[in-house]
Design a binder for this molecule. Structure first.
Ligand SMILES: Cc1cc2nc3c(=O)[nH]c(=O)nc-3n(C[C@H](O)[C@H](O)[C@H](O)COP(=O)(O)OP(=O)(O)OC[C@H]3O[C@@H](n4cnc5c(N)ncnc54)[C@H](O)[C@@H]3O)c2cc1C
Length: 363
């Protein structure tokens, strides 16, 4: 098993403890019925089939960086995705297609692509978790998302009990979403990415990143510069896991940026007229994506805002809810999330939705 994912730490515990808090970056979550680890695709499929044969519920867990698990835990079998490996499966003069096993730590993959001069993932540096989880919510940051480079996904489909290839066009990729999110039908076994052979990044699309690199939006920069700058920006916001920094005991952004149609955006502008223009980015089809961090802050929930039992908004980023004390419960985190969601709705009439997957809990 990998040592980069959260693992039991004391010598007195079994190698695979059932306390799920040990496997989540929030360090929250009660016991599972059973926990098994799959170190290659066959083992993962066997574990899933075995649990299905016993009629047990199944939870797939990899880095545990995008789940909030209830205090009562999970009554069924938790399958830890711990497969490793990467190989080039196609190449031509301009591109390389790599097939990556689901359990491969995401940031190790990004580092490898940057070192090899393969362009397309560099702005996604520093995101915790596994490669197999990136299609689940179409992971994105700093102007890049995996939907741009994934060509397809190998899955085990529990309907039909067979392994299948799903082309990117059929993955339903959208903003922090895909056909895989909130559905336990398919287990991702490996992911194919087509990357450009280039020492330069894709065009820098994110204004904050361009500023930090000292370039204009649309410029390209050396891959290693893009990676180093993204890592620096992320670390400043508590968005790179660091055991010594309680602000990183989180799931990253707790809420997605709300996507409003034009009428809803105009209503928001009217309600915010006394404090300024809500930051928003136009999307396809007359919609505006609004900054959830701005809404939360302006509704009175600033950085460091405390909740019960030592949970709090991160002191570095308004969108991250943290188990700051390290001893809180999921109930406390959920209470803070509800307070924020309801406060934003009261002030602006906009409903925030959680980004992580909630397991046996709800806000
Ligand atoms: C500090 C921090 C910063 C973050 N920054 C970002 C960011 O910038 N952008 C972003 O998009 N996300 C971000 N995240 C969220 C998270 O890191 C990503 O969503 C990541 O891809 C989750 O990977 P994981 O392996 O930890 O998934 P897990 O948390 O283990 O699982 C998440 C969900 O995916 C399912 N799942 C996992 N693996 C598989 C598989 N192989 N097959 C089927 N289902 C599977 C699980 O059942 C669960 O529903 C951040 C999180 C943290 C803690």
């Amino acid at each position: 098993m990998s040592d980069v994912y959260a693992q039991p730490t004391t010598g007195t515990e079994p190698a695979t403890t059932t306390e799920l808090a040990r496997y989540t970056t929030l360090r929250l979550g009660g016991p599972a019925g059973r926990v098994v680890a799959g170190t290659d695709a066959d083992e993962i499929v066997r574990a899933v089939r075995d649990a299905a044969g016993r009629d047990e519920q199944i939870l797939i867990l990899a880095g545990g960086s995008n789940v909030v698990i209830g205090d009562a835990g999970f009554p069924g079998t938790v399958v830890l995705v711990r497969s490793r490996g990467l190989r080039v499966v196609a190449e031509d003069a301009d591109t390389v297609t790599v097939r990556v096993e689901a359990g491969e730590p995401w940031d190790d993959l990004v580092a490898t692509t940057v070192a090899n001069g393969w362009s397309g993932l560099e702005c996604l540096s520093g995101i915790p978790g596994s490669t197999g989880a990136t299609p689940i919510q179409n992971v994105g940051a700093y102007g890049q998302e995996v939907a741009e480079t994934i060509t397809g996904v190998h899955v085990h489909d529990r309907v039909g009990n067979a392994n299948r290839w799903i082309a990117a066009a059929d993955c339903g990729f959208a903003y922090r979403s895909s056909v895989f999110k909130h559905a336990d039908r398919r287990i991702v076994l490996s992911v194919d990415f087509r990357l450009a052979r280039s020492p330069l990044s894709g065009p820098v699309r994110y204004a904050e990143l361009a500023r930090a690199l000292g370039v204009r939006v649309g410029d390209r920069v050396p891959l290693a510069d893009a990676r180093a700058t993204v890592l620096r920006l992320r670390a400043g916001k508590g968005m790179v896991l660091d055991a010594a920094d309680p602000d990183t005991r989180s799931v990253g952004s707790f809420f997605t940026n709300p996507v409003l149609d034009t009428a809803a955006y105009e209503l928001l502008r009217a309600r915010a007229a006394d404090i300024g223009e809500p930051p928003g980015w136009p999307g396809a089809g007359d919609v505006v994506k609004v900054s959830a961090a701005w809404l939360i802050d302006k509704a009175g929930f600033g950085k460091g805002h405390p909740g019960p039992q030592g949970v709090a908004i991160s002191s570095k980023h308004t969108l991250a809810l943290t188990n700051r004390s390290g001893t809180a419960s999921t109930a406390a985190l959920v209470e803070l999330a509800r307070e924020i969601r309801d406060g934003v709705h009261r002030r602006f009439g906009v409903t925030l939705h959680p980004e992580p997957v909630l397991v046996n809990c709800a806000i």
